[in-house]
Design a protein around this ligand. Structure first.
Ligand code: HEM
Length: 210
C-alpha cells in the first residue's frame, strides 16, 4: 500500500521539478492538455489515453528517478542464463532500477530529463510499463506489479491535474531554478519541492472538486 502511494507521488514530484526547470517541456504539456481537454473542465480518467506527452513525462520520471535503487529481491528457482549472465539456482537477484534507467548504452543523454524519448511516433500510445526492462517502472513477468493500470492512472492523472490546474514557477526570491539534488539517503529530492502555483482555469472549474 505504501509503494502504491510513494511511487506516483515521488515520480510526479520529480517530474514537476524537472519541468519547472525546463519551461519548454512544461509548455508542451500545457498545450497538450489545452488541446485534448480544454480549460472548461478538469482532466479526467477517460482523457488519459490521448495524453501521450503527459504520460511520457511520468515515464521519464520513473526512468531517471526511481523511488528505490533496486527492484524487489527475487530468487531463481532453477539455473538459467539472462542477457548473457549465468544465474545459478537459488541465487538472490537484485535488479538495479537506477542502473537500468541510466544505462548509457540504452539511453542517449541518460541523465537528462527528456520525455519525448518515449514517444516513438505520433500514432503509438505511450505506456508506462517497459516489458523489455530497459528501465523498471512496474517490472514484468509473473511477479511484475499486478496494478499497472491503477498505478499508471494514479500517476498520470496526478501530474495532469497539477499541470492543467496551475502555472508552475520557482518561488519568488529564489535563484530561479529548482534544486534537483538527490537526497543522500535515498533517491528522492533532497529538499521537498516548493514551487509557486498560479491558478490557470476559471474559478467555477475548481468548485466541482469541492
Ligand atoms: C505507479 C505506481 C506503481 C509502481 C511504479 C509499482 C511498481 C512495482 C514494482 C517495480 C514491483 C516489483 C515487481 C517485481 O518484483 O518484479 C511491484 C510489485 C507489486 N505491486 Fe506495484 N507499483 C505501483 C502501484 C501499485 C498499486 C496501486 C498496487 C495495489 C493496489 C500495487 C501492488 C503491487 C503488488 C501486490 C506487488 C507484488 C507482486 C508480486 O510480488 O507478485 N502496486 N510494483
Amino acid at each position: 500500500m505504501l509503494a502504491a502511494v510513494d511511487n506516483p507521488s515521488n515520480a510526479v514530484e520529480w517530474a514537476l521539478a524537472e519541468m519547472i526547470n525546463q519551461p519548454d517541456i512544461l509548455d508542451r504539456a500545457c498545450k497538450e492538455l489545452d488541446q485534448v481537454v480544454g480549460r472548461n473542465r478538469l482532466v479526467d480518467e477517460s482523457d488519459l489515453y490521448r495524453l501521450n506527452y503527459i504520460k511520457a513525462c511520468v515515464k521519464e520520471a520513473f526512468r531517471l528517478h526511481p523511488i528505490a535503487a533496486f527492484n524487489l529481491p527475487h530468487v531463481s528457482m532453477k539455473e538459467t542464463t539472462v542477457g548473457g549472465y549465468f544465474i545459478p539456482k537459488n541465487s538472490h537477484l537484485l535488479l538495479s532500477r537506477r542502473g537500468l534507467g541510466r544505462n548509457p548504452r540504452i539511453w542517449e543523454d541518460p541523465l537528462v530529463y527528456k520525455p519525448k524519448r518515449h514517444i516513438v511516433n505520433k500514432d503509438s500510445e505511450v505506456v508506462l510499463m517497459d516489458h523489455d526492462l530497459r528501465m523498471i517502472s512496474f517490472s514484468t513477468g509473473r511477479r511484475g506489479c499486478p496494478a499497472v493500470l491503477l498505478g499508471s492512472t494514479m500517476a498520470t492523472i496526478l501530474l495532469a491535474r497539477l499541470i492543467q490546474g496551475f502555472s508552475w514557477n520557482p518561488p519568488p526570491n529564489t535563484p530561479g531554478k529548482i534544486d534537483l539534488a538527490e537526497s543522500e539517503g535515498d533517491l528522492q529530492l533532497n529538499k521537498p519541492l516548493i514551487a509557486y502555483a498560479i491558478p490557470r482555469l476559471e474559478p467555477h472549474v475548481y468548485k466541482k472538486l469541492m
